[in-house]
Design a protein around this ligand. Structure first.
Ligand SMILES: NC(=O)c1ccc[n+]([C@@H]2O[C@H](COP(=O)([O-])OP(=O)(O)OC[C@H]3O[C@@H](n4cnc5c(N)ncnc54)[C@H](O)[C@@H]3O)[C@@H](O)[C@H]2O)c1
Length: 257
């Protein structure tokens, strides 16, 4: 563990053990942030933090289940004690589940919204007061093209959660703006990760392959093509952007007629 005296800003990323979250942790470390890598996947999250440290970054892993309010508050507090309160949150943790509508039981719906929507709110709620006090902060949430532009069959709860993220971003952007805390979202298209490669819950490898043919840029995205967008949204270059959800989809939503 490095308890640096540096004044480098602190970014906390949820679901940062693999996929878009891991790439985002790396991008923030490369941009000079101290990075709190958080996940329910302890081995993966620890490996990400260690790798960043090996590359002269400052990173620490924290076990964090975004569905647990106590854990969220405790981890945000611990990060503040270790370094300083996070000035950037990337609420990336998410799950996708394929469930036909007639099988969409209350507990299945509740669980997905608890992670994908309430999980975002919990982390934002915990981090916002220190941001407001310091009059500096950037809250970034992962939505999806499925919450912004498309409907996704057998994913009603996922689509509803990701659309809910858009509403959360807009409302908080207005509420927190007077304290210079900006709130934005990213809506990825198809990105090659464990989630999208899952045949059970998403497109699977063949589905991703097929998707490439109707994406104007001609290919599925990589986590490394989403991560820098989060760094940009957190940066001073984006200081006049709040309440927006940026589509990062290779032209998919504007190019499919
Ligand atoms: N891959 C895509 O094509 C795509 C498209 C649009 C949106 N997204 C969104 O981007 C985000 C990242 O997706 P990904 O593709 O990298 O997925 P992934 O499955 O590769 O990674 C998701 C991460 O979230 C973590 N996670 C799951 N439940 C958690 C919980 N309760 N608490 C904390 N962490 C938890 C997982 O452990 C994992 O590290 C998700 O919100 C996802 O819905 C992905």
């Amino acid at each position: 563990m490095q308890t640096s005296e540096s004044k480098a800003p602190v970014a906390l990323i949820t679901g940062a053990g693999i996929g878009i979250g891991a790439a985002t942790a790396r991008a923030f470390a490369e941009a000079g942030y101290r990075v709190a890598v958080t996940d329910v996947l302890d081995a993966e999250g620890t490996a990400v933090a260690r790798a960043l440290e090996t590359e002269n970054g400052i990173a620490e892993f924290f076990h964090l289940d975004v569905a647990d309010t106590g854990q969220v508050d405790e981890v945000v507090r611990s990060v503040g004690n270790l370094w300083q309160p996070p000035e950037v949150i990337v609420a990336n943790a998410g799950i996708a589940r394929r469930v036909p509508f007639e099988e969409l039981a209350d507990d299945v719906w509740d669980r997905l919204l608890d992670v994908d929507l309430k999980g975002v709110m919990r982390v934002f709620r915990s981090a916002a007061p220190a941001m407001r006090e310091r009059r500096r902060g950037s809250l970034i949430a992962l939505s999806s093209i499925m919450g912004v532009s498309y409907g996704w069959s057998e994913h009603a709860h996922y689509s509803a959660a990701k659309a809910g993220v858009v509403g959360l971003v807009r409302a908080l952007a207005v509420e927190l703006a007077s304290d210079n805390v900006r709130v934005n979202g990213i809506a990825p298209g198809y990105v090659r990760t464990a989630q999208s490669l899952s045949r059970e819950n998403s497109l699977g490898p063949e589905g991703l392959e097929a998707a490439a043919s109707f994406i104007p840029l001609g290919r599925v995205g990589s986590p490394e093509e989403i991560a820098p967008v989060a760094v940009f949204l957190a940066s001073d270059d984006a200081r006049y952007i709040t309440g927006q959800v940026l589509l990062v989809d290779g032209g998919l939503t504007v190019g499919r007629y």
